[in-house]
Design a protein around this ligand. Structure first.
Ligand SMILES: [Zn+2]
Ligand SMILES: [Zn+2]
Length: 131
């Protein structure tokens, strides 16, 4: 059963570098290739929980952004360990599920979604529109 006929969203090759922590490399049927860091994928996690968080973040600073940020004090360097993946599973041939090093594992990344998340400029214009 073909899930999609768009060659831009059909992977020709998928490499998930779990042991080296390098992220995910996908070459698409249209010849384009994408590289995703695990930390980037973690930020873009499509699960309901993370979607909620992003919505809250996007809504909150709408008018607060104009003034100075009060109550935060001097900014301390944050040593947040970079999120990597502990495991990745293929979900049939339409998606990959990633078990992140921070314990989060509910995100399922369909190839359709991954192509629209491709961090390159070209895909940003094509799939996410002008900023
Ligand atoms: Zn999530
Ligand atoms: Zn791209």
């Amino acid at each position: 059963m073909p899930m999609t006929l768009d060659p831009r969203k059909k992977p020709a090759s998928v490499k998930v570098h779990v042991s080296t922590g390098q992220g995910v490399d996908i070459t698409w049927s249209d010849g384009h290739s994408s590289h995703f860091d695990f930390s980037y994928l973690r930020t873009e996690c499509p699960c309901a929980m993370c979607n909620d968080e992003r919505m809250k973040k996007n809504n909150a600073p709408a008018f607060a952004a104009a003034g100075p940020v009060a109550g935060l004090g001097p900014s301390l360097p944050m040593f947040k360990p970079k999120v990597t993946a502990r495991k990745a599973n293929a979900m049939g041939n339409y998606a990959i599920q990633i078990d992140f090093s921070d314990g989060h594992s509910t995100g399922i990344y369909s190839f359709d979604l991954l192509r629209t998340l491709c961090p390159c400029d070209e895909c940003a214009r094509e799939f996410r529109g002008p900023a």
